[in-house]
Design a protein around this ligand. Sequence first.
Ligand code: FAD
Length: 521
Amino acid sequence: MLRSYLARVFPIDVLREIEGSLAEMGRLAGVDLYQLQLADRLNEPRLTQWDAWGNRIDKIELTPLWRVAERIAAEHGVVATAYEQKHGSLSRVHQCALAYLFTPSTDIYSCPLAMTDGAARTLLGSGNQALIDRALPHLTARDANEFWTAGQWMTELTGGSDVGLSETVAKPDANGYRLYGRKWFTSAISSQIALTLARPEGNPPGGRGLALFYLETRDEHGRPRNIEINRLKDKLGTRKVPTAELNLVGTPAQLVKGTTDGVRNIAPVLNITRLWNGISAVALMRRGVALASDYAGKRVAFGAPLSEKPLHADTLAGLEAESEAAFHLAFYVAELTGQSETHEISEDDALLLRLLTPVMKLTTGKQAVMVASEVLECFGGAGYVEDTGLPVLLRDSQVLPIWEGTTNVLALDTLRAIDSLRPLQLAVTRCLETVRDHDLADAVRVARTSLDHATSWLAEARSAGQPALEAGARRFALTLGRTMELSLLIKHAQWSHDQEQDRQSTAAARRFAQSGVDLIF
Ligand SMILES: Cc1cc2nc3c(=O)[nH]c(=O)nc-3n(C[C@H](O)[C@H](O)[C@H](O)COP(=O)(O)OP(=O)(O)OC[C@H]3O[C@@H](n4cnc5c(N)ncnc54)[C@H](O)[C@@H]3O)c2cc1C
C-alpha cells in the first residue's frame, strides 16, 4: 500500500532518492525495534520523587526501547525531514512515511515526536526569533545528542476540551514570567521543553485571556525547574509514555506570541499532532491487519487454514478496506499540510485542509479502535493474551479518539471549519472525474450520494438550529471523513489498475463502499 501510494505521488527521481531511507526504517521497524519491543513488553517508565537524602528530584527513567527510539528518530530525521524540505511540499509526505514505518514498533514514541514537530511548526510561525534560534536547531536535529523533544501542556483538572477554563497563572518577573498552576495530563514529561497555556495576571477569563508560553523543563543539572511531578498516570494503554500530573511552582517561562489568544496561538501544534494521530492510527491498523492476515495462513480450523474460510477471508477484507481507506485520507492531509507549509496551496485547498484535519483525525481514530478490536478477535483467545503482544494494539489504539481532541469536540470543530462544503465537493470531484473502471461504478455512486446527503443534511440542520446541528455533528463529520476516504481510495484504485495492473485497491474500494459510508441515517 505504501509503495503503491508513493509511486503515485512522488516523481520517480525523488522516489529513488527517498526509497533508501524508507527501506532502512522498514528494516529497523521489522527487525531491531520489533525485537526490542517484544523484549521490553513488561518494562514501564519510572518516577523517583526523592533521593536518599530527602531532596526532591522527580527523576524519570524511560524504558529501554524509548531510549533507542529517541536516537533512531533523531538520526533518521523522523521530525527533521519535514523541516529540511529537500523535496518541497512532498517532504512532509516523506516524513509521514518515515513516521508510519517507525510507529508500530516504538511503543507510542510517536507521542513526543508529534509534539516536537508541533512545537517546531508553532515556533517557526510565531515570529519569535529568539525562541526560534534557541529551540528549533534542537527540535529538528539529526544528532541524537543535540535532539530535544517537546511537551504540550494544555489539559487541567477543569478541562481538556474546554481549555478556556485553565487556572494556571503567569506572573511577570525580571526574566519573563513565572507560572503557577496544576497540569493534569502532560505526556512525555521527559521532554526538554514544553509549550503551555497560562493566564497572565489581570487577564480576563476564557480562552482569549490565556497566553502561549515556552518553558525549559530542567536546569543544567537535570533538575526540574520549579516543577513538581506528583505522579505518573496509571493508564489503560500508552503505558510506555510517561504521562504526568504536575504542579508548576514558579516555573520560568517566556511568552511565545503576545499576552493573549493562547488557545488560538497553540492551534498549529494541534494541527500537526492531529496529523500524527492519523498517521499513527493507520500505522497501528496496518500492523494489526498484517499480523491477522499472516496468522490466517497458519491457523487451521475445520480442516483448512482460516485464510481459506470464506467468512474469515471476508472479515479480513473488511479490515483491509478500512485500513487502506484511512491510509489515503491521512496521507492526503499530509500532502495538503506540506503544500501549506511551502505556501503552494490554493485558497480552496487551504479551506479543505482546515476542514479535513479534524475530520481525518476523528475518522481514523475511530477506525483504529474498531480494526484493533477485530484484529484481536481474528486471533481467537490468543488475541486476548498478553505475551502474544497483541492486546497492546487495542489499548494503544484506544487513546487515538481521545487525545488531541475527542471525537465530539472535533466534530464540533468540523462545523466551525465549514463555511461551505465547496472545497470538499471539489476534492471529491477531482478524485472521481477520471474513473473509468466499471468495477468502481457502484463505489463512485456511493461516494456521490453520501456527499449529497451530507450537503442536504447540513442545510436542513442549519435551518433547524444549533441543537440539531450539534446533535448530528458526529454522524455528519464521520460521513464526510468516510466519503473522502472512499473517493481517495477510488482514485488510487483507478491509478493502480492503470499503472500497476493491480486490482487490490479496487477490491478495497468496492468493499469499503459496502461498509457504511453515509452514517447520517
Ligand atoms: C494518555 C493520555 C495522554 C494525554 N496527554 C496529554 C498531554 O500531553 N497534554 C495535554 O494537554 N493533554 C493530554 N491529554 C488529555 C487529553 O487531551 C484530554 O483528556 C482530552 O482532550 C479530553 O479532555 P477531558 O479529559 O477534560 O475530557 P472532557 O473535556 O471532560 O470531555 C468528556 C466527554 O465530553 C465530551 N464533550 C466535551 N465537550 C463537548 C461538547 N461541547 N459537546 C459534546 N460533547 C462534548 C467529550 O467528547 C468527551 O467524550 C492526554 C490524555 C490521555 C488519555
